[in-house]
Each structure stands twice: as structure tokens, then as C-alpha cells.
Design a protein. Structure first.
Length: 81
């Protein structure tokens, strides 16, 4: 059985919550507060989408967040080595 988009959004929001906790507890990370602010917005919109999966505006916003997140992850991996 495939997860619904709402379930996937909730699961991703849980992962984002874990990342927020990491940035909040590790003061050595660059731009930690900026990352927390962005991730908090992302989590909020993921949960909004999970509650309203037919909202195209939220769908587009979540898609943008996912794309940005992937790009940031690639950048971080590249900088790390």
C-alpha cells in the first residue's frame, strides 16, 4: 500500500522536526538560526498541506521547499568534502 501525499507530508515534517532539533542543539553549525527559521516554515507548510492535500498553492509551496532542501543538502555535502 502506498502512502498518501498527506501521510508523506507528515512523515517529512517529522524528519524536518529532527533537523530543527539538530540545529537548535549544535551551535557549531553555520547560520543555525537561519536554518531553524527556514525549516520551521517548511514544517508548517508541510503540515498545512497534510491537512489540505487538495490545496494547489500549498502543493506548489511544498514542492519548492523540497527542491530547495535537496539543493541545500547537495551544497552541504559538496562543501563537506
Amino acid at each position: 500500500m502506498h502512502q498518501s501525499e498527506a501521510d508523506q507530508a507528515r512523515a517529512l515534517a517529522g524528519e524536518v522536526t529532527a533537523l530543527i532539533a539538530k540545529f537548535e542543539t549544535d551551535s557549531t553549525l553555520t547560520d543555525a538560526q537561519q536554518a531553524v527559521d527556514y525549516l520551521t516554515l517548511m514544517r508548517t507548510e508541510l503540515l498545512d498541506f497534510a491537512a489540505n492535500p487538495n490545496d494547489d498553492r500549498l502543493r506548489q509551496s511544498v514542492a519548492g521547499h523540497i527542491t530547495n532542501f535537496i539543493n541545500l543538502t547537495r551544497q552541504a555535502a559538496h562543501q563537506a568534502g
